[in-house]
Structure formats: structure tokens, C-alpha cells
Write a protein that binds this ligand. Structure first.
Ligand code: ATP
Length: 313
């Protein structure tokens, strides 16, 4: 459904050139729920911009739904939908009219557009709000409406750029459910997110992007497996500890330890004995250990293994 090769984008600005995307290769099969993951500024929005024909690539090529994103941009646009981070809606129209209007714009017949709008509003939990105006909706409802509207003309690929940014925790979980259901119905979805937890919950395959490059592209389980079963142990003290400090007995081979302010983070495949060592580290610095958290290997560990630094969204 999507094939990109060596996709590149350099922005020219007053302050010189900015290589937003250096080289991106991607393949997404029909029906996949695919994630483009990475910290802010990694080049995710620019990549999705090129795949949706809004940003002209500086190099490389991409085909989406069978058409070239540069030479056949119009054909691509008819077959896809993009939901931006902002909730742009027609403020004069009701929720249902917003959907119908979008359907009509894309050539869906009047009756079909209405039926499709009603079905989508039910599916997105907005059936009772079909006659509401945008200001009568909560942030989460508005977000669901914008995504529902993007589906009225049954696009082959739905692109979502950071779909849950600015959405409260409860609405986020609701939105995840709706997206999983859409995927279950066979919808191809490409999502960008800086939230690795979101990606782990939703995507089956993902590309980890950093500084304009794809560091790895695989199933989420395979990406996590690359982290090699390491756990991240985070200790918080009642005051700053020496950034160069290591718990006594550490580092063991493969360990990575960082201290920042009152927190020490150790990524290790051998956590045995670490708690005692962290207490001893605090005592040596005259600090008391307040809290220890452990996180199982996840995409965060995968990012660390691939990029060589801790993930900061
Ligand atoms: N129109 C533009 N002109 C110049 N530089 C740009 C432009 N758009 C993005 N950039 C720069 O390109 C880099 C990649 O930005 P991009 O928005 O693609 O990243 P991102 O991973 O989507 O991050 P975010 O989630 O913050 O949008 C950033 O350094 C950004 O400042």
C-alpha cells in the first residue's frame, strides 16, 4: 500500500539548510496498523507530509495506494486521508453536516454520504451529538469527529499525525479503542507518535525515526527484542547525586547508567543486587533513596539500544 525509497527532504530557510528527513525507506502492506515513532523533530511530520503529497520531497520516491506521490499527487490524494494535529472543522455546520459535506466534496452521493456519516458517528460514539456544533463537543469528542470525517469517503489509507496530542487520558483510551476497531475492519492506518506507549498499544509494525533517519523498522515485538531483555531501573533520591556516580559494583558489562539531578537511571540485563547498590550510592552521597521504579523492556529500551541515548519525547 505504501513503498518509500530513500525519501529525503531538506528545507531551505533564512538560516541555511535543514535536513529534516535524510533517508527513509518504508513498506506498509494493506490492512496494516503502522507507526512512525520518534522524538519531537525526528522528521515524522515531514515524512507523513511527503507521503500525503503536502510536502515535496527533495529526493527519493514513494508510492501510495499504487500512485507516485509527486507525479500522480492528485490520484494519491483521492485515496487517502490525513488527520493533522489541529482540529480544523467547519464551525457553521453540525457534526453530521461536517461529515456529509466532506463526503460530498469527495464525490460521495448525498444519500450515501448521510448513511456513511451516521454509521461513522455511531462507531465513534458520537451518535447522540450528531446535531451539535463544534463548541458543544469536548476535546476528545472533537478529535473523534475529525477522524470520523476523514473516513467518509472510505480512504485506502488513513494517516494520523499525533492523534492523541492534547487529548485527556480518558478520551485517549476511547480513541485507541476506536482505532483498534477500525484496524479490525481492515482499514490501513499509518500513525505518527512521540508516545511510545501509544505505539506499543496500537501498532503491529513500526519504524523508529531519529534525526531524519529510520533506525529500525520491524514488528513492535522484534524492536523490543533488540533491546535484549534489559530493564530500566530509576532511583530517586532526596537531592542531587553526582552525575558521574555509579552504584558500587556497577557498571557490569553492558550496563548504562546516567545521573540527572536527583535521579539515577540504570539500564541493565543483570538487575540482581541493584537495589542494595542504589541505597549504598545514596548513603555515600549523604542522600536518602525515596523511590525506585523498574520498567520492563519496551520501545523505550529499543530506542536506547538503537539511538544510544535515552528517549525524550
Ligand atoms: N517548513 C519547515 N521549514 C523549515 N524547517 C522545518 C519545516 N518543517 C519542519 N522543519 C524542521 O525539520 C525537522 C523535522 O521536523 P518534523 O516536524 O518533520 O519532525 P517531527 O518528528 O514530526 O516532530 P514534531 O512532532 O515536533 O512535529 C525539525 O528540526 C523541524 O524544525
Amino acid at each position: 500500500m505504501i513503498a518509500a525509497e530513500g525519501l529525503r527532504k531538506t528545507y531551505r530557510t533564512e538560516r541555511g539548510e535543514r535536513e529534516a528527513v535524510r533517508s527513509v525507506d518504508l513498506e506498509v502492506a494493506p490492512g496494516e496498523f503502522f507507526g512512525l515513532l520518534g522524538p519531537n523533530g525526528a522528521g515524522k511530520s515531514t515524512t507523513i507530509g511527503m507521503l500525503t503529497t503536502l510536502v515535496l520531497p527533495t529526493g527519493g520516491s514513494a508510492r501510495v495506494a499504487g500512485f507516485d506521490v509527486v507525479r500522480q499527487a492528485r490520484e494519491v490524494r483521492r485515496r487517502i486521508s490525513l488527520v493533522h494535529q489541529s482540529n480544523a472543522v467547519d464551525r457553521e455546520l453540525t457534526v453530521r453536516e461536517n461529515l456529509e459535506f466532506r463526503g460530498r466534496y469527495w464525490g460521495v452521493g448525498r444519500r450515501a454520504a448521510r448513511l456513511r456519516a451516521d454509521a461513522l458517528l455511531e462507531q465513534f460514539g458520537l451518535g447522540d451529538h450528531r446535531d451539535a456544533l463544534f463548541y458543544q463537543l469536548s476535546g476528545g469528542q472533537l478529535r473523534r469527529m475529525v477522524i470520523a470525517r476523514a473516513l467518509v469517503h472510505s480512504p485506502e489509507v488513513l494517516f494520523l499525525d499525533e492523534p492523541t496530542v492534547g487529548v485527556d487520558a480518558h478520551s485517549r483510551v476511547h480513541l485507541w479503542e476506536v482505532l483498534r476497531e477500525l484496524h479490525g475492519q481492515g482499514q490501513t492506518i499509518v500513525l505518527t507518535t512521540h508516545n511510545l506507549d501509544e505505539a506499543e498499544r496500537l501498532c503491529r509494525r513500526a519504524a523508529i525515526v531519529d534525526e531524519g533517519r529510520v533506525l529500525a523498522c520491524d514488528t513492535v515485538e522484534a524492536l523490543v527484542a533488540r533491546a535484549g531483555g534489559e530493564v530500566t531501573v530509576r532511583a530517586t533520591y532526596d537531592g542531587p547525586v553526582d552525575p558521574a556516580a555509579h552504584p558500587p559494583g556497577r557498571p557490569r558489562p553492558g550496563d548504562r547508567a546516567h545521573a540527572r539531578g536527583a535521579t539515577v537511571e540504570v539500564v541493565t540485563a543483570q538487575p540482581e543486587g541493584l537495589l542494595g547498590e542504589l541505597i549504598a550510592l545514596g548513603s555515600a552521597a549523604g542522600r536518602r533513596l525515596l523511590d525506585v521504579t523498574t520498567s520492563r523492556p519496551g520501545l523505550e529500551s529499543a530506542f536506547l539500544a538503537l539511538a544510544g541515548r535515552t528517549y525524550r519525547a
